[in-house]
Write a protein that binds this ligand. Sequence first.
Ligand code: COA
Length: 144
Amino acid sequence: MLDAIGRAERAEQWIRDAVRHGEKVMGFGHRVYKTDDPRSVFLKEVARGLGGPLVELAEEVERTTVGVLAELKPGRHLYTNVEFFAGVVMHTCGIPRAMFTPTFASGRTIGWSAHVMEQAGANRLIRPSARYVGPPAPRRVPVP
Ligand SMILES: CC(C)(COP(=O)(O)OP(=O)(O)OC[C@H]1O[C@@H](n2cnc3c(N)ncnc32)[C@H](O)[C@@H]1OP(=O)(O)O)[C@@H](O)C(=O)NCCC(=O)NCCS
């Protein structure tokens, strides 16, 4: 989508056209999160740290899209989901596009496997939830 938009000044018209044609804007909206997806907030920071033209374009497109969706789809609370900046980060890290989905998926296989085992254990529909019991996150050491 960012390739198709190409330049920040084309974003508004591109998004308006897509929504008017009944298309979903990729990387926006989530079944559960009706505010910023926390993973998206985190990945945006990672993207900013990496920097580069695609990151700048993505931030402009995000701003524009949130505004256009608020106008054309009022009350739906559509913001970036995890995919939007994940794609930007993976591209900026040099991961080939064909590997985006496998890369994204590989980080989830532990959780998916746990859910399969949980489901298979009782063979009843589960409502997946998770409780983290590992060590606390490492603390950032300030650079002197
Ligand atoms: C993720 C998604 C399926 C969640 O959908 P949902 O919560 O079930 O929301 P709905 O599909 O019921 O949509 C509710 C309304 O918001 C609109 N909407 C939702 N996401 C939208 C998007 N990305 N762009 C434009 N409009 C969107 C729908 O068209 C619908 O409008 P309507 O009330 O006029 O019919 C949906 O937001 C989507 O398809 N997003 C784009 C694809 C994407 O990024 N997928 C990765 C998700 S992790």
